[in-house]
Design a protein around this ligand. Sequence first.
Ligand code: HEC
Length: 165
Amino acid sequence: MRIHFRHAAGALIATTALTVALAGAAAAQDAAFGKSIWLTQANCAECHGWMGDGVQEIPQQPQGANLRQTTLTLEQLSEVIMCGRPGTPMPHYDPRAYTDARCYGMTAAQIGNQAPPPAGFSFIKRHFDALAAFILSDFAGKGPPTKASCVALLGNENPRCERMP
Ligand code: HEC
């Protein structure tokens, strides 16, 4: 009886460890995909800066939030990217946002002039989730960008990193 119990407990621990390991691997994979979108397929840096610190790469663009200080969860980050933020310049990356109730339960008619602008990208949930995973792994709670973290993200050649401490 005792032996059986030990076996069962051992199997449970092994299964739990495997589940945690797989979830960790999936998150890392998502973050890597998110990083490639951030660096090569989206325009987030125009407003948020390459290092996510809210210092625009294009000064004429509105200043984005400092993503290094975000307190949002993965789900909340994903939703903001998909739906934008009503009443602010944070655009929506789902081209069908506000065509139905998928975003904050509101259609274009309901949200009126508070509708965030369309970003002009056709991203899907896989992209929103990957960007959210990347923000959590590389920016959230990491403090101001340093030369080392800048070089790690953008590579040695980027002159932007030279200006960092
Ligand atoms: C046109 C400028 C602009 C672009 C492009 C842009 N953002 Fe934003 N973003 C903003 C602004 C402005 C805010 C702050 C909105 C507010 O006042 O709450 C914001 C807020 C956010 C937030 C919420 C942060 C928080 O903690 O509340 C996230 C997450 C975010 N942006 C991610 C992204 C990602 C990822 C991209 C690219 C796929 C992107 N943004 C592109 C302007 C932009």
